[in-house]
Structure formats: structure tokens, C-alpha cells
Design a protein around this ligand. Sequence first.
Ligand code: MGD
Ligand code: MGD
Ligand code: SF4
Ligand code: MO
Length: 659
Amino acid sequence: MESIKTICPFCGVGCGLVFHVQNDFIVRVTPDESHLVNRGHLCGKGAISAEVIYTWDRILYPLKRVKDTFIRTNWDIAIKEISKKILEIRDKYGPEAIAFYGGCQNTLEEVYSFMKLARALGTNNVDSCARICHEASAEALKETVGIGASSVAVSEISKARNIVIAGESITDSHPVLSQYLIEAKKKGTKIIVIDPRRTGTAKIADMFLQIKSGTDIYLFNSVANYIISKNIYDKEFVQNRTDYFENFAKFVKDYTLEEAEKITGIRKSDIIRFAETIVEKPTIFSWGLGLTQTAGTNGVKAYINLALLTGNVGIEGGGLLVYRGQANVQGAGDIMKPDVFPNGPMNEENAKELERIWGFRPSTNKGLSITEAFFESDKVKALVLMNFNPAFSLPNRNKVKRFLQSLDLLVVIDPFLTETAKLAHYVLPSALWAEKEGSVANLDRTIKWRFKVIDPPIEVRTELWIIKELAEALGFSGFYNDPKIVFKEMKEVVRLYSNITLDEVMDYHSNSRYPNHETSLYRERFLTNNGRAKFSLVPYKQIQGEGLILITGRIVTRYNTDELIKRIPGYSSFSSEILVNPNDAIRLGISDGDLVKVTSKCGSAIFKARISNDIREGSTFLYMHDPYTNYVVCDDLDEISKTPRYKITFVKIEKVKFV
Ligand SMILES: Nc1nc2c(c(=O)[nH]1)N[C@H]1C(S)=C(S)[C@@H](COP(=O)(O)OP(=O)(O)OC[C@H]3O[C@@H](n4cnc5c(=O)[nH]c(N)nc54)[C@H](O)[C@@H]3O)O[C@H]1N2
Ligand SMILES: Nc1nc2c(c(=O)[nH]1)N[C@H]1C(S)=C(S)[C@@H](COP(=O)(O)OP(=O)(O)OC[C@H]3O[C@@H](n4cnc5c(=O)[nH]c(N)nc54)[C@H](O)[C@@H]3O)O[C@H]1N2
Ligand code: SF4
Ligand SMILES: [Mo]
């Protein structure tokens, strides 16, 4: 039996797996003991990852739509017809009518080549699903400290005196990181959770601040005000390493503890206890979608202010940790954006440098992000999606479906006939992660190589092959099948990755963190233009609406749009219950187990009610994996990052009456 190492295809923890293979068949999966992040641990999804490969309804050949059905086609015909249609659309509407989106489950090399092909066509409409989870974090981090990634590695958790976890359910979303929390807790690290929902992590926390949905900015600004007024902030750090402190101190003066108690629903004494704890060093400030999909970029900036004020960035065991979601969302977000080139700002100088390497000069017109294209513009007529299932994952599904159906060309590259693929003109079956190789970047900036374990089904192709064939049919050269060649070119283009070698990336023991191997970035300098970090002045704005606030989130056993897990024998589509606080339930006349109709301004659906104290009064909770959830969630976007507010939808809940 052969043992081959690979990286888990699901979440951004990026656990190392060992696949035990006999006669080209995966017999067993075990965790990699030597991998520096998971250290021999695995969650249930990693453990069943091989079964995904052997699910019964993989797409086994290219499909072409004819009226309301699909017919089998072959690669030659599909590639020829798609490229012809793309060129027709470009001639008719211009290159900006073409968009390439997706890629967070892909390798860096695939994302890089996909992005390069779009730019070769003359469009900057390129984006990844980083947009809909942590683009708000990336924007906030870039502006305040330098790069859009965690400053500390997960290995620093056990060195921290405190770890604050805001809007993140580690036990569900990044379960293997629980080992670091438990290890730290045993050493005396205090765990502080801020969430409207009593999550698994809240249950092991030393302090749980059960905040009212969407009020985090008020909390953070009032805590900053308290710390400054008590003179317990880190003056030396603030003076030597940050800008705009004076303005910030003046700005937060209006944020009082009394008002904070009313707005956030957290007792004043608890807010003071929180403030006095986080001034200790070292403290890690970590967060998830509870900030980005509510208060957005400003929410993250207000949180980063606290880390700067307390001097907790750039030290051992202290810093900023963002729990990125999909297996390579960190990498896709680094290199594929509509308003930034992979080598830096979208200007003539960088375009010229790209021309030297690529042989063509990319346009410098800002492109459309995913959410702009779907919700705010009617420009896009041809859409190529790679491992992205927006017909399920974007909010306001009715609107999303109408947009997808209105396109002149929709091409979906995916191993499965997803909700989105069902609407496509062409579906191109791609290899799953274990059937190809390439690198992925995880949530603590570790880049690791996924080794190929088995061959894909006969007519299934790797994304690099598909992109190269499409590129050549469109008349471009410089696209490669071999991920090692692409890795080399990518390193030359993407400055963030230039210090990392392929040898380190392939060795699971070795530290291959970009940009410079550091487990805690910014020890001496921030990576901003002047080397100093920036305080941000972000006002709290109450989000207006009537009814309960619907939050949506994850459960440990399911993964995003559930395309992979629902196909494994023994599993089926996920159906969730809506959590309702007992006080809200009494007011609404709802009992446990009742069927309820949940209505927002975008749509409605029926769920079973579960009455639970785990959810704060005034909020209600649904799992995102439920196929009906995003019919109710609306397409309100964060103004800066254009990330949807998936966790703030005002809803009316009524008991369904049977007549
Ligand atoms: N099992 C599993 N793991 C996954 C995924 C999966 O689908 N399944 N998906 C992956 C992906 S793509 C991502 S992005 C990550 C996401 O991982 P998480 O960030 O953990 O995502 P969620 O569960 O959506 O939301 C996190 C928390 O935000 C809280 N929250 C909601 N509103 C507020 C608020 O106003 N303030 C605060 N402070 N908190 C709030 C919710 O109650 C929830 O507990 O998980 C990744 N890992
Ligand atoms: N209501 C609500 N909606 C949400 C969210 C929320 O919190 N609430 N969260 C949003 C977030 S953070 C995200 S990232 C999006 C996710 O939204 P999507 O990115 O649309 O969802 P995925 O299910 O991750 O889709 C990945 C696709 O990649 C394909 N794929 C191909 N190869 C592989 C592989 O090797 N591994 C894996 N895993 N997939 C492969 C799968 O078949 C699938 O079709 O959903 C968003 N939608
Ligand atoms: S924690 Fe994430 S990366 Fe690790 S095994 Fe589970 S799903 Fe895979
Ligand atoms: Mo995500």
C-alpha cells in the first residue's frame, strides 16, 4: 500500500492528510502527524474526504445545454464553441461584459491562471468568494497594518495570555483549531467569546459576551474610550508605531459605557472586565464572519483599533488572527481581485511589469466584484465560474437565479451538477483536489502542496488543462498544464509569495509562511507605506429594520453549499431548524417543533422552530447549508468591501396555520 500526503479540501485550517492507496483506490485516510498545523488531528469532514471522490454522480463528460436539457458533448467541441461565443460577446459588448469568478477551493496555480486568462481577454472582472466572506477583513487589515492576512500563526495561540474570539464558531467552522484552544486553556490562557449565540466555543470560554446582533462597533469604541480614559493603553507602542491616535481618542469620547450597555445588551461591569483583560499582554484578537458579514470592514477596523491601543500586534503570542474559510480562500483573495493586480496596485507601472512577464498588457480599468456584477450592474453577459456555486451561496437567490438565466453565456467548471451548473450553457467537469496537484494558502499564511493521489475519471480534466485549452482556442499562449511551472511564474508576479520556495511548500514539516516565514508579523515595522499602523475612526450606525434579526452560519458536519457531503452515502440534503429565544417564542406564540414561515423583504420559506436559550433575544439563527436559507437572506452589502450582510436580515416569523 502506498501513502500519499495531501491537504484537506474543506476549510482554511489546511490540515495535512495521508491517503493510503492500493491499486489506484483510496482505502483509508489518516491525519498527518508531521504537518505543522494539524499535528495529527482531523475533524469528521477531513476523515470522510476520500468518500467525496467516490460519490455516485460526478459529471463524467462535458455537458452542453440544448433548450431545457443537457446533452453529452466532447472537449474539442465544448472548448471551440465556448471560445467562439466569448469572442462574439467581446466584439459585441466589449471585454468588460466578460467575468471570471470563483476559485477558493482551487489551488493557487489554478486561480492564478484563471485570473491571467480573464486579464488576457481585456477584462478585470475577476474575483473569488473571498469577496463574500473575509474581503472586509482583508481591506481593513491592508489599510491599517499592511497585508490582508492574519498577523499571527495558530501556533502562537498557546503562548497568548488571552485570546478574544469575535463572531466565530471554532468548534463548528475550524474544529481542528480547538486543540490549540484546549492546550492554551490548560496553560492558563483566558478565552473570551463575543457572539449573539452561545457557540461551542462560548461554552468553554472564560468570558462570554452575548452581544446584540450588529452592535460590535459600539462595543469596541466604548472599550477604547474606557481604556484611554483610564490611561491603561500602551503609550509607547501608540507613540512609536501608530498614526492618528489623537483624532481617535477624541472620536471615541462619545462612546460611553452606559450607552454601550443599552446598545450591545452587555452589562457595564462585563465591558469593564473585558477592557481590563485585553490590556494585558500578549493577547490575540481573532475573528470570523460575525464581524465581516454584519458591521463589515468598519467592524473589523474598530476591532483592530483595540489591538493597536493595547500594543498587542507584532509580539510573541499576540496579534491579529482571521479565521479564513475555504481551503485556499486566503490565496485566492491575495491574487484575484477586480481592483488590484497580483503584483500590486492597478497602475501603469504594474501593468508594464505584468506585460514583461505575460506578453500582454492588462487593462487598468477597475473591474466588477462578484457582488457588484450580480446585484448592482447589468454589464456582464458572459460568466465563467470555477468551483463556485452562487445560485446557492449568494443571498437573495431568486434575484441571483434571474441574473444567471439572463446571461448570453454561462460556463460552469465543477465536478458536480450544482444548483448553478444546472443553469449553465456548458458544464465542464473538473478534477477533485486529490486527482491533481498544486499549492494552497491556509488561514495562517502557510502555503502547502497538495500531492496527487489518484487519476481523475477518464474524461474529467484538471482546471489547468481546461484553462490552457480555452486560452489557446482564444489565441493566447503562456498557459501551462504543469503546476510547478505556474508556481514559478506566480512567485515572480506575486510579491507576497516571493520568499517562499517550492521545497518548503512540499515539505509538511517546514515553515512555508509568506511573506517572510514569521509566525508573528510586524515585530518592527508595519507593512503600510510609512511602516506605521493606523487607527481608524469608525462610527457605529444602527442597522434599521423591524422584526427579529436572522443570523446564518455553520455546523461542523456540513460544508458550505453542501455539494460534496450531501452526496456521500448515508447523508442527504441538510434541513435546518430555526433557533428562537424563549422570550421571542412566547411573544410570537410559537412552541418547539412548530412549523414557522420566515419572511424578509426578499423572500420567505418554512422551517421548524427550535426554542433555545443559546440564541439571544431579538436574534434568530439558521444554518447556511439549508437550501432555503438564502431565499430569505437579502442582498444588502457592506459599502466598502461589498461583502453581503449575511448575518443581518430582518424577518417576521409566524406559526404556519393548517386549515
Ligand atoms: N463545518 C464547516 N466548517 C466551515 C465551513 C462550513 O460550511 N462548514 N465553511 C468555511 C467558510 S467558507 C468560512 S468563511 C468559515 C466561517 O466560519 P465562521 O466565521 O465561524 O462562520 P459562521 O458560523 O457563519 O459565523 C460565525 C459566528 O458569527 C456569529 N455572529 C452573527 N452575528 C454576529 C454579530 O453581530 N456579532 C458577533 N460578534 N458575532 C456574530 C454567529 O452567531 C456565528 O457563531 O468556516 C469555514 N469552515
Ligand atoms: N446565508 C449565508 N450564505 C452564505 C454564507 C453565510 O454565512 N450565510 N457564507 C458565505 C461564504 S463565507 C462562502 S465562502 C460561500 C461559499 O459559497 P461557494 O463557494 O459557492 O460554495 P462551496 O460549497 O464552497 O462551493 C464550492 C464548489 O467547489 C466545488 N469543488 C470542486 N473541487 C472541490 C474540491 O476539491 N473541494 C471542495 N470543497 N469543493 C470543490 C464544489 O463542487 C462546489 O460546487 O457561501 C456564502 N453564503
Ligand atoms: S479542520 Fe478543516 S482542514 Fe482540518 S480536517 Fe476539518 S475540514 Fe479539513
Ligand atoms: Mo467563506
